[in-house]
Design a protein around this ligand. Structure first.
Ligand code: IPD
Length: 275
């Protein structure tokens, strides 16, 4: 296989990401089918998800190593492949092998392989591929966001009280208590809430206008690297609160008209606070 130079364009990086994410999605799909038998016999539920998560991550890391030997990978399961190389810049791949692991376990078709390419700390290409439905969203920096040949432009809704807003909850119960309190108040001010269970998919649905907006506290880089670019390239504002970068404290993705009202409501409700 030919190694692509470290100065690849976003479109070239996206082509690599799409190909590798599709192969990874096939593994996730196959392992899910096999796992049904496993759960009934030897493994625990968690083993099945962990095994699939790890297998998919390993497959992606190996494919990237073969094709892009000078790059590094940050993955959910194994962390950074080479922290010193990252400090030196270059291309880093950000991977969530299976985002939406609880949906994966329950065979709810909302989970995804999420893979992004970051050059010198800026995400320039990303793909989110749902193995269960075949849906695939892509974006390159400055090149727009796409699904099935259609360019995505986000929701045109203008008022928060008519907005369908996606969110998610962390795994820690103390954090959930705080998130639940925010939810209880926010839901009185909007059309409704959706908790789809995969942050990358939430961001892509917001990019398509199938959610009007999305927010969540507690996300990791791999949850939002690809989906965040896809939402931003669809014209959404993707940010933390009070001008901060999106990160563990908060990520809000909303079309310009909804961003301000949603942002202000989240500040008022101290959505980035709590544990
Ligand atoms: C989780 C999902 C979920 C979100 C959590 C994430 P995982 O990722 O994206 O929707 O609410 O914050 O941790 O654990 O399924 O990869």
């Amino acid at each position: 296989m030919t190694a692509i130079s470290a100065t690849s364009t976003p479109a070239e990086l996206l082509a690599v990401a799409v190909r590798i994410a599709r192969e990874a999605a096939a593994t996730a799909r196959r392992m899910r089918a096999e796992a049904i038998q496993d759960v009934q016999t030897k493994s625990t539920d968690t083993d099945v998800v962990t095994a699939a998560d790890k297998a998919v991550e390993r497959q992606v890391v190996e494919a990237l190593r073969a094709e892009r030997p000078g790059d590094t990978v940050l993955g959910e399961e194994y962390g950074d492949t080479d922290a010193t190389a990252i400090a030196g810049g270059g291309t880093r791949w950000i991977l969530d092998p299976i985002d939406g692991t609880v949906n994966y376990l329950y065979d709810i078709p909302a989970y995804a392989v999420s893979l992004a390419a970051e050059v010198d700390g800026v995400v320039v290409a990303g793909v989110v591929h749902n193995p269960a439905t075949g849906d695939e969203w892509t974006a390159t920096l400055g090149g727009g966001a796409w699904r099935a040949g259609r360019r995505l432009t986000g929701s045109t809704r203008e008022t928060l009280d008519q907005a369908l807003v996606g969110t998610g909850f962390g795994y820690d119960s103390a954090r959930r208590r705080h998130q639940g309190a925010v939810f209880a108040e926010l839901i009185t001010r909007i059309r409704d809430i959706r908790r789809i269970g995969a942050a990358s998919v939430d961001l892509c649905l917001a990019a398509e206008g199938r959610l009007d907006a999305y927010f969540e506290k507690g996300l990791n880089h791999w949850d939002h690297a690809a989906g965040g670019l896809i939402a931003a390239e669809a014209g959404l504002r993707v940010s933390g609160l009070d001008g901060a970068a999106p990160g563990p404290d908060m990520l809000v993705a909303a079309p310009p008209a909804l961003f301000g009202p949603l942002h202000d409501a989240l500040v008022e409700l101290d959505a980035s606070g709590g544990p």
